[in-house]
Design a protein around this ligand. Structure first.
Ligand SMILES: Cc1cc2nc3c(=O)[nH]c(=O)nc-3n(C[C@H](O)[C@H](O)[C@H](O)COP(=O)(O)OP(=O)(O)OC[C@H]3O[C@@H](n4cnc5c(N)ncnc54)[C@H](O)[C@@H]3O)c2cc1C
Length: 530
C-alpha cells in the first residue's frame, strides 16, 4: 500500500466518496480513509439482526443531486431508487390524514378535513415548486463571499441579484417569509386543518434544535421539499438494499476511476509541514502523505480534534467553537415478525408503504420541543416511520419487516443523567408512543436498536449527534457555512479543504458538498496553488 497520494479524503461517508470519485476521475491519485468497518457514514446499510438489514441512520433519499447521478453513472454502479409514496398521519381520535403523490386522491382526502385546505393545497404545492426552482441553482453554486471584491465573487453576487429580480413580487415576499418564519406560522397562512399543518411542519424541524414555531424552520421545510427523483419535486424514495446502496454505488464509481478506499482507518491527526497540509496520522501511528487533505468530517473533528490550536488563526478557531451542532434527533430501528396494525386504518394497506408520521397536532409538536428545551427527551415525540421491507423485500427475511423510526426530540445535552442511562427509557417511550396508534407493535418486535445523539457522535463522529454535521439554521447556511469567510471549501491551512455536510449546501444525502469541493480543489490545482 502506498503512503504518498495527491489527495487524502478523510471519511468514507457519501460526500467523501463523491469528492474522491470526482478527483480520481480528474486523474488524481486519491485515497479515502474511513474509520468504521463499513462505508457510507450516515448513509449506510447494516445487518443489525440476522437477516434484517437497516438503513441505520438516514432512511429516505431524494436530495441526491441529479448531476452526480448522471456524471458518476450511478445506476450502472448499482444505484436504484424505489419510490416512496405518501405520508400517513394517524390521529388520536381515530381519524387519519393520508397524503399521496396522486393529486386527485389527496384532494379527496383533504376534502374530508377541509374544503378550503383542499383548494389551498394545490396552490401551496405550486408555490413551493417555484421556491425550489429559485433555490435549486444555489445548491450547485460555490457560495460567493459578500465581503469580497474578487471578480469571481462579484459575478456570483450579481447573478444572485438578477436571480432574485426574476421572481414575481408575490414570489419575492414568499421567499423572504420562508427565510424568516417558523414552519407552522408559514403554513398558518395557507391552511386551517391542524393535523395537516402539524405533519407538514415536521419537515421544518428535522435535525434542528428548534420547534415548529421557531423562526428559520420554514427554510428547513423548503430544504426538504427540494428533493427530486426523476425531476419531480417533493419525491422521496428508498435505495434498494437500504441507503448504504447509495454510498456503495458512489464508492464503486470512485474505485472505477482509480481511487483507493480503506476502512478501519481512523485518522487521529492532520499533519502540517511549513504551515501546509502534508498528510495524516492514523490512530495506530501510521503516517500517510498527500498534497491535499479533503475532510468530510465536521469542523469540530477536523479543526479542534485533528489539529492543535496553534496551527490555526485564533479568530477562525473561535468561529469553529461557535458553530452550532445541538443534536436533537434519535433513531429506533425495529425488526418485526409482522406488520403494525394502525387502529384508525387497519390492515396492510398501501398507507404503510409511505411514511407514517406521528405528528397529530401543532401543539403536540411544540410540546415535544418544550421537553427538549429544558433538557429532556420528548415524552410524546414526533416520529417519522418507514417500513422499507414492504417496498424492498430484500432487506428482511420472508414475511418479516424492518421498521425505521426517526425521532425528535432527543437533546444531546440532558438535564439529568446520561444517555447511557436513558437509552432504553427513550426506546420505550418511542414504542409506547407508536403503540397508542398501533397497539400490536410490542408483540411483533423481535429486535430493537436504539440510537441516541451520543451514539451518533461515538459511532459516526457526528459532533453532539447532529445529523447534518451542524444545524441548518439560517446563520449557518450558504456563505456562512461552516463559518463566515470560509464557505468555499478552503480553510486557513493551504492544502486542507472541507467536503462534507458542514459545508454548503448542508446535510442530507445530497453529494453536493463533495462535488463542489472537488471542483474547487481542481481549480486550485490548475492555478498552481496545490
Ligand atoms: C439518524 C439520521 C437520519 C437521517 N435521515 C436522513 C434521511 O432520511 N435522508 C437524508 O437525505 N438525510 C438524512 N440524514 C442526513 C444524512 O444522512 C447526512 O447529512 C449525510 O449522510 C452526511 O454525509 P457526509 O458524507 O457529509 O458525512 P458523514 O456521513 O457523517 O460521513 C463522515 C464519515 O467520516 C467518518 N469519520 C469520522 N471520523 C473519522 C476519523 N477520525 N477518521 C476517518 N474517518 C472518520 C465517519 O465514520 C463517516 O463515515 C440523516 C442522518 C442521521 C444521522
Amino acid at each position: 500500500m502506498s503512503t504518498q497520494y495527491d489527495v487524502i479524503v478523510i471519511g468514507g461517508g457519501h460526500n467523501g466518496l463523491v469528492n474522491a470519485a470526482y478527483l480520481a476521475r480528474a486523474g488524481k491519485k486519491v485515497v479515502v480513509l474511513e474509520r468504521r468497518h463499513v462505508l457510507g457514514g450516515a448513509a449506510v446499510t447494516e445487518e443489525i439482526f440476522p437477516g434484517f438489514k437497516f438503513s441505520v441512520c438516514s432512511y429516505v433519499v431524494s436530495l441526491l443531486r441529479p448531476e452526480i447521478i448522471r456524471e458518476l453513472d450511478l445506476p450502472r454502479h448499482g444505484l436504484e431508487i424505489l419510490p416512496l409514496d405518501g405520508t400517513f398521519t394517524p390521529m388520536p381520535d381515530g381519524n387519519h390524514l393520508w397524503r399521496v403523490n396522486d393529486h386527485a386522491k389527496t384532494r379527496r382526502e383533504l376534502l374530508r378535513h377541509s374544503a378550503l385546505d383542499a383548494e389551498a393545497y394545490e396552490e401551496f404545492g405550486k408555490t413551493m415548486v417555484e421556491m425550489c426552482r429559485w433555490v435549486k441553482p444555489l445548491l450547485s453554486l460555490v457560495p460567493p463571499d459578500p465581503t469580497s471584491l474578487h471578480p469571481r465573487d462579484l459575478k456570483k453576487l450579481l447573478f444572485l441579484g438578477r436571480h432574485f429580480r426574476a421572481l414575481s413580487s408575490e414570489e419575492k415576499y414568499t421567499l423572504i417569509q420562508i427565510m424568516t418564519m417558523g414552519a407552522a406560522e408559514f403554513l398558518d397562512q395557507w391552511f386551517e386543518t391542524d393535523v395537516l399543518k402539524a405533519t407538514m411542519s415536521a419537515s421544518g424541524i428535522i435535525g434542528t434544535f428548534l420547534g415548529v414555531r421557531s423562526p428559520g424552520t420554514a427554510y428547513v421545510l423548503l430544504h426538504h421539499y427540494m428533493g427530486e427523483i426523476d425531476g419531480a419535486f417533493r419525491a422521496w424514495g428508498f435505495s434498494r438494499g437500504g441507503t448504504g446502496g447509495v454510498s456503495l454505488a458512489i464508492a464503486a464509481a470512485a474505485r472505477e476511476a482509480g481511487a483507493e478506499i480503506r476502512t478501519e482507518a481512523p485518522i487521529a491527526k492532520i499533519l502540517l509541514k511549513n504551515g501546509r497540509a502534508a498528510g495524516v496520522a492514523l490512530a495506530n501511528g501510521d503516517e500517510i502523505f498527500g498534497k491535499v487533505i479533503s475532510s468530510s468530517v465536521d469542523p469540530r473533528q477536523t479543526f479542534l480534534k485533528m489539529m492543535a490550536p496553534g496551527q490555526l488563526p485564533g479568530e477562525f478557531v473561535e468561529e469553529v467553537e461557535r458553530y452550532k451542532f445541538r443534536g436533537s434527533s434519535g433513531k429506533v430501528n425495529l425488526a418485526l415478525d409482522a406488520l403494525p396494525e394502525f387502529t384508525c386504518l387497519p390492515g396492510a394497506g398501501t398507507h404503510l408503504r409511505g411514511a407514517v408520521s406521528i405528528s397529530p397536532s401543532v401543539e403536540y409538536m411544540e410540546r415535544a420541543y418544550d421537553d427538549a428545551k429544558y433538557g429532556d427527551f420528548s415524552r410524546q415525540p414526533y416520529i417519522d416511520i418507514v417500513i422499507p421491507s414492504l417496498t424492498d423485500p430484500s432487506v428482511a427475511p420472508p414475511g418479516k419487516h424492518v421498521m425505521s423510526c426517526f425521532v425528535q426530540y432527543a437533546p444531546y445535552k440532558l438535564r439529568e443523567g446520561t444517555w447511557d442511562e436513558k437509552r432504553e427509557a427513550f426506546g420505550d417511550t418511542v414504542i409506547e408512543t407508536i403503540s397508542k396508534y398501533a397497539p400490536n407493535l410490542k408483540k411483533i418486535i423481535v429486535g430493537r436498536q436504539v440510537l441516541t445523539p451520543l451514539d451518533l457522535e461515538r459511532e459516526w463522529g457526528l459532533s453532539e449527534g447532529n445529523i447534518f454535521q451542524g444545524e441548518l439554521s439560517l446563520e449557518q447556511l450558504f456563505f456562512l457555512r461552516p463559518v463566515p469567510g470560509w464557505a468555499q471549501y478552503r480553510t486557513p491551512v493551504r492544502g486542507l479543504y472541507m467536503c462534507g455536510s458542514a459545508t454548503h449546501p448542508g446535510g442530507g444525502i445530497m453529494g453536493a458538498p463533495g462535488r463542489l469541493a472537488a471542483m474547487e480543489i481542481l481549480k486550485d490545482w490548475q492555478r498552481g496553488k496545490v
